[in-house]
Design a protein around this ligand. Structure first.
Ligand SMILES: Cc1cc2nc3c(=O)[nH]c(=O)nc-3n(C[C@H](O)[C@H](O)[C@H](O)COP(=O)(O)OP(=O)(O)OC[C@H]3O[C@@H](n4cnc5c(N)ncnc54)[C@H](O)[C@@H]3O)c2cc1C
Length: 520
């Protein structure tokens, strides 16, 4: 399979880039499940940008830097914020229906850490609306071929020679891809882009969809690309706590509309932790407060109370949340919502420059799988959809400017992945058992509040599991499930190593052994 661009992933990052890249050449998009199986499709709150005259770039920049706890790249923050309005307009131009006020202006939501209302939304179905418009546009583009149930196994890299024939850098020329029948194919391309989303599945409790197994980070790491900031995992403070609800998020926008947090005795507790910002403090602070309260009281959850807004408002503003909760017997207009924190967003990832380039030639990373410098130690809510569309434009612009030299590249066609020679795995329990161990170890030892001794224990446990997984992968034919396990175990060890290396509490990395360093 040959194309100009190989884009791995069909969320906002992959599809936004595909539409632009198709102006330059043939684009293959591969996605490991169905096209809409993405975190993008689940995004509720919306996309942050400066969208009216009451807001300003300097305030959005300040809020982003503050959330990032001194670790953001300020130039990147400025670039992303200043490009935000144009990218949101582009989404509207391809048919995304953001909600408007009666006067025709965009209706803007407010979320934790934002000093202004600046989140364009489609009620609490923003991601679904964005994904719908992108999928439709991609489907109408003859230059884009989309392959569902095609999972990237590994990248294919070569030594790249400079003009004096010296090896100067590794260059990515394509990927091994396993299809739904278990056949591993070779996809070659001049530009390869990892848009594989996050890694929430590394933790027992997560808001993320099943696809979020950190594949892009693991694949890039195996290929030798630089990975950074893996210690910064964002836990969303409020996932629905109900035995029948898998990964259901209660959007930050609910707190933005005035919901308060209560303990099991109906007492509001945020004033003990964040007396100024209360429930609208950044996610790390709210998640830590909830975690502390749950540990202190031994309760399984806390409660989010938005009853005072009344049924009519809640049904209109949060139809999905309202109906989902109601289907589980929770009328949010009449009773508080039981919630727990859950792994939500990976701030670290494959390190890129401002053009989205990784440290491997012709390999780019985009969206949640990348680490651009925007989020620093903690992502400001609703900045991730923004980051994906801004960097899709940057990757495209870079490729457009350098297209004559990129297009000249000739790829060796002699690649082959040996899979068929091995026997098929006959006991799925070998895989599922290890999944469970990893996710529990990460939740219990590498969660919201960390301790060096627990991190060391986690490192040992994950190393043992990884050894066993390596043996399984060596012995049997690879399957998507096996690959995800291998990837998630590698990502777990990257998170642990990065957490052990950072000897301070910063942003989302809160470690009891070292005093917090709060930056105002
Ligand atoms: C419940 C929820 C609510 C959120 N709400 C918001 C919000 O309101 N605002 C905001 O800014 N952010 C929000 N986020 C975060 C945001 O949705 C994500 O960061 C963003 O959508 C990521 O987009 P992406 O394109 O990078 O990845 P995704 O949308 O997750 O897409 C990843 C794609 O990669 C594919 N893939 C993965 N591995 C492979 C592989 N090995 N081979 C082939 N394909 C692969 C997947 O199948 C998928 O198609 C939310 C996240 C969640 C989970």
């Amino acid at each position: 399979m040959n194309s100009d661009f190989l884009i791995i992933g069909s969320g906002i990052a992959g599809l936004s880039l595909a539409l632009k890249a198709a102006r330059l050449g043939k684009v293959s998009v591969i996605t490991k499940k169905e096209e809409v199986d993405t975190a993008t499709n689940l995004a509720q709150g919306g996309i942050a940008a400066v969208l009216n005259s009451e807001d300003s770039f300097s305030e959005h920049i300040r809020d982003t830097l503050k959330a990032g706890d001194g670790l953001c790249d300020e130039n990147v923050v400025r670039m992303v914020v200043e490009n935000g309005p144009a990218r949101v307009k582009e989404l509207i131009d391809i048919g995304v229906n953001f909600v408007k006020e009666k006067n025709g202006n965009l209706s803007l939501g407010r979320e934790g850490g934002h000093s202004k209302r600046r989140v364009a939304h489609a009620y609490d179905l923003t991601g679904r609306e964005i994904e719908r418009a992108l999928v439709e546009s991609v489907g109408n583009n003859p230059n884009i071929s989309l392959y569902e149930n095609h999972m990237c196994v590994d990248l294919i890299t070569e030594d790249a020679k400079d003009i004096d024939e010296n090896v100067s850098q590794r260059r990515c020329v394509g990927a091994y891809v396993i299809d739904e029948y278990g056949e591993v194919k070779v996809f070659l391309a001049k530009v390869v882009v990892l848009c594989t989303g996050g890694a929430g599945k590394v933790y027992l409790y997560t808001s993320n969809p099943d696809i979020a197994t950190g594949d892009g980070v693991a694949i890039a790491h195996r290929a030798g690309a630089e990975i950074s900031n893996m210690e910064f995992v964002q836990f969303h403070p409020t996932c629905l706590y109900h035995h029948q609800a898998k990964n259901f998020l209660i959007s930050e926008a609910v707190r933005g509309e005035g919901a308060i947090l209560l303990d099991q005795n109906n007492e509001r507790f945020m004033e003990k932790y964040e007396p100024d910002q209360m429930e609208l403090a950044t996610r790390d602070k709210v998640a830590r407060a909830i975690d502390t309260e749950m540990k202190r009281t031994g309760a399984d959850c806390v409660y989010l109370d938005i009853r005072h807004k009344g049924s009519a408002f809640l049904q209109e503003r949060f139809p999905t949340i309202y109906n989902k909760c109601l289907s589980l017997g929770i009328d949010i207009a009449k009773m508080p919502i039981p919630v727990v924190p859950a792994a939500h967003y990976l701030c670290g990832g494959v390190k890129t420059d401002v053009h989205g380039r990784t440290t491997i030639g012709c390999l780019f990373a985009l969206g949640e799988t990348s680490c651009t410098g925007l989020h620093g130690g903690n992502r400001l809510a609703s900045n991730s959809l923004l980051e994906a569309v801004v960097y899709a434009e940057n990757v495209y612009r870079y490729c457009e400017s350098n297209w004559s030299s990129i297009a000249k590249q000739k790829n060796n066609e002699a690649y082959h992945y040996k899979n068929g020679d091995k026997e098929k795995i006959d006991e799925e329990i070998l895989i599922n058992h290890n999944w469970d161990i990893i996710r529990r170890v990460m939740w219990n030892y590498v969660g919201i509040v960390r301790k060096e001794s627990r991190l060391i224990l986690a490192k040992q446990r994950i190393a043992e599991v990884r050894k066993e997984i390596d043996e399984i992968v060596e012995t049997f034919q690879v399957t998507p499930n096996m690959l995800e396990l291998k990837n998630i175990s590698l990502v777990a060890s990257l998170i642990i190593d990065a957490s052990l290396a950072r000897k301070e509490s910063k942003g989302l990395h809160y470690i009891l052994d070292y005093p917090a360093t709060e930056v105002e």
